[in-house]
Design a binder for this molecule. Structure first.
Ligand code: BGP
Length: 467
């Protein structure tokens, strides 16, 4: 134990996703992903509108050019002392359409280089197999995850990765924020934004089976592989102590936990089957599906945490808009410029809920503050607000580990290097410890600059946490 009482070998690091950093969207045989057709806009309806005019600016096309600058970026991660780096593989680099049987060697070669570079710097890779990056072709030709055929395409893709990176990569995540599919079905599932709940749950069921098959193949290829589920987590508080508010908050929380229940416990909870029955939602389970879920649960749970959510029994209020994680205004919390309420204690609360429920190792694979950064005349970026956000959340996590006995084995700061925001496509919502010179129109030198938070995080990692 170090002075901070944090476990030795704790995985401190950062996290990104391919489509938000790589760029090179059509290089070396890569096919188009769903996100490659999204424009930048703070208005979610515009961002996710179909058929943007051709001369639109598509932020993922160049992103921050990690594809060509990964060596420089990984050297910076190493300089900060990262023990781990969570990244995703762009499915369309490996299978440009998604349904091929033979992978694109050039796509694999890129990830060989990135992974070798990480290992050279003793940085443990954590790979997300699917981070909102499904091949557009699978949507156009097959109707996305509504089609059961996607299970085999995904399982084959995952198998190629397990075989290729055997002995190099141990930690995997099957689907990023799998529960977000309820709010962003077009991005997560490749189905219509106005799909019915029945259509969504059916498509999600296919992802559950694909995830179980990934666990199966992953363990077969290398028993040391640890295959995780990934939940977008925000605890749900009742707005008041009124029993109806408390009940609604609890119900919503259970609906979110349902995803991790299936992936970690290996079965559909009774309450969900009862819910399906009461809503006349008919999810078709093929023969052998329930056995697959039971036999191949995930090994650990990764989750993102940005904010807590508050709900009431106010039926008039439509909370389904947007990314669905904002809920009602909690009068006790401050919020970011994007209206995300800042609640460090909620992270300790959540770690306790999730560990108590699943008794499997946890890892925080996303946490951070999206903010507009100013560059001083001296060229410095003094992001004290980010340091205070990260510090408070890390303190809450440390309390959960060292006081509450939660088994959490790592923490990766989201967008450790500035990247394209998933919700808005804009660069101005920055999370990075490292600044990237690029604006909302795609202009800028792409130069990297260390922010004040970079040095702060480096010290923190050196001491294995906050003292
Ligand atoms: C999560 C996604 C990330 C990420 C993050 C922050 O939902 O997994 O990809 O971007 O949210 O969201 P945003 O970029 O909209 O601020």
């Amino acid at each position: 134990m170090s002075k901070t009482n944090m476990p030795e070998g704790f995985l401190w690091g950062g996290a990104t996703a391919a489509n938000q950093v790589e760029g090179a969207w059509n290089e070396d045989g890569k096919g188009p992903s769903y996100v490659d057709g999204l424009i930048a806009s703070r208005d979610i309806k515009k961002r996710y509108a179909k058929n943007a005019p051709e001369d639109s600016y598509f932020p993922s096309h160049q992103a921050i050019d990690f594809y060509h600058r990964y060596k420089e970026d990984i050297a910076l991660f190493a300089e900060a002392g990262f023990k781990t780096y969570r990244m995703s593989i762009a499915w369309t680099r490996i299978f440009p359409n998604g349904d091929e049987t033979q992978p694109n060697e050039k796509g694999l070669a890129f990830y060989d280089n990135v992974i070798d570079e990480l290992i050279k710097h003793q940085i443990e890779p954590i790979l997300t197999i699917s981070h909102f990056e499904m091949p557009q072709y699978l949507i156009d030709e097959y109707g996305g995850w509504a089609n059961r055929k996607l299970i085999d395409f995904y399982a084959n893709y995952a198998k190629v990765l397990f075989e290729r990176y055997k002995g190099k990569v141990k930690y995997w995540l099957t689907f990023n924020e799998i529960n977000m599919a309820m709010f962003l079905p077009q991005m997560a599932l490749g189905i219509r934004i106005d799909a019915t709940d029945e259509e969504k749950y059916q498509a999600i069921h296919h992802q559950f089976i694909a995830s179980a098959l990934a666990v199966k193949h992953g363990h077969e290829v290398d028993p040391d592989n640890q295959i995780g589920a990934m939940l977008g987590y925000a605890p749900i508080y009742p707005l008041t102590a009124k029993p109806a508010d408390v009940f609604v908050a609890k119900q919503k929380e259970l609906q979110k936990l349902f995803f991790a229940d299936v992936q970690l416990k290996g079965y559909y909870p009774e309450r969900m089957l009862a819910y399906f029955a009461s809503q006349a939602i008919d999810v078709h389970f093929a023969e052998g599906d329930l056995e697959l879920l039971a036999d191949y649960p995930c090994d650990y749970l990764g989750f993102s945490y940005y904010t807590s959510t508050t709900m009431s029994n106010n039926k008039e209020k439509d909370l389904s808009e947007g990314n669905g994680i904002l809920g009602e205004r909690n009068p006790y919390l401050e919020e970011s410029e994007w209206g995300w309420q800042i609640d460090a204690l909620g992270l300790r609360f959540g770690l306790n809920v999730l560990y108590d429920r699943y008794e499997k190792p946890l890892i925080i694979v996303e946490n951070g503050l999206g903010a507009v950064d100013e560059i001083e005349d001296s060229g410095e970026i003094i992001d004290d607000y980010r340091i205070s956000y990260l510090g408070a959340h890390i303190k809450a996590m440390q309390d959960a580990i060292t006081i509450d006995g939660v088994n959490c084995f790592g923490y990766t700061a989201w967008g450790c290097i500035d990247l394209v925001s998933a919700g808005t496509g804009q660069m101005s919502k920055r999370y990075g410890l490292i600044h990237v010179d690029r604006d909302n129109e795609g202009k800028g030198t792409l130069n990297r600059t260390k922010k004040k938070s970079f040095y702060w995080y480096k010290d923190l990692i050196e001491q294995n946490g906050l003292n």
